[in-house]
Write a protein that binds this ligand. Sequence first.
Ligand code: SAJ
Length: 437
Amino acid sequence: METTSRVVDVVCVLGLGYIGLPTAAMFATHGKRVVGVDVSQRVLQTLASGGIHIEEPGLAEQVRRAFASGHLAVQSKPVAADAYIIAAPTPLGSGNSPDLRAVQAAAESLVPALRPGNLVILESTSPPGTTVGLTRILERSGLRVGDELLVAYSPERVLPGRILTELVENDRVIGGVTGAAAEAAADLYRAFVRGAIHLTDATTAEMVKLMENTFRDVNIALANELCRVAEVIGIDVHEAISLANHHPRVNILRPGPGVGGHCIAVDPWFIADAAPGVTELIQTARAVNDRQPQLVVELIEESVADLPNPEIAILGLAYKADVDDLRESPALEVVRLLEERGYRLRLHEPHATELPSGMPLHLDLDAALAGADLMVILTDHEEYRRLTPDDPAVRGLSLCRVIDTRNCLDRRFEDSIHFTIRRLGANLSARWERVRA
Ligand code: SAJ
């Protein structure tokens, strides 16, 4: 493939969310002039006043440096640029079908600004065929995709919590609608990417991204199913998985209260939607993971069955450790199911100040636990991982009953005579019942 000699000076990033904002800041601190565009006034105002609207280690400082360099500006409409990056959300719509409206609107908003030689890159996780489909919108500019307009797909692959490191270090897969588009996009990302860049066509790159997250979802579903088996036969699934993973070709992921976030709980549906008749395993994995909150609720009900009106402290609502993201969080589903059953709940989430449902949050862990009958860990935040049985916060529990759905609590809880701790996937009393039988 011939290497192009195009030089991109000005990059316009559409969508300043979890991916767009770090990407814009990264380009701005690596020599590009960047215009970030967002449809939300709240986002623009927060950035204009020196803040950021996302919790991500190092991001506030990176954005501050980008603004200080004079290379980053933010506004509500796209401007003339050399390259455009679309990083708009692609949520699940009704019937588990992808909702591409934000991406399509972003592409439409570009049409008046497009000039010959422009490069347009889609970063949003998208169903196969989306990038090729966008060319029809982009060609409303009067430019022909191919020789006048370069269009490519370059999925983000960064892990929330490690975004800034992984943006730079991870390999990238870039798929072009044409070979020249893939080359041009690769040239652009080389401004800051130190990982290898692999080129392919746009639809393959879309599938690669979806396959990565689907691999993880199916693997977690296996872990969650093994967790259920362990509950029945009375072994500790965490111990068993960790021993199985000593095999050089085995790597089973961790069971837990379910799969959340805007990627792994969503992306497999994009594949299933593209080929519903041949994706039995993928759809079953989704169902297995989606049932996990129900298992947690059964465990909670069992633990408080002897109490007339128990008060339950729920620790951690974010979809995973040390992030503020509540999207698709299985913890919210656990809370919903418990509420439906009329339980009195105290909710604690160290990374949030409010909940989408408007339910009150305890901002202080001591207050959340004081007098509660049961403490349930739903997210393995650092703040919970470092709790010990001597911590004054846990000493405030009226009954020292604990459910750990993430296998994350200090082992001293199990040794302590004060606490009754039940880890999800480690129904060890069943083991003894089996031995006695
Ligand atoms: N989870 C488990 N068990 C595990 C691992 C995760 O139950 O062993 C749960 C987590 O608690 C969480 C969910 O799965 O609820 C997803 O968490 P995650 O850390 O696996 O993934 P995300 O959604 O934060 O990020 C993923 C990453 N994809 C892969 O690792 C293949 C990231 O690289 C992608 O960029 C991101 O999706 C995305 O944007 O697509």
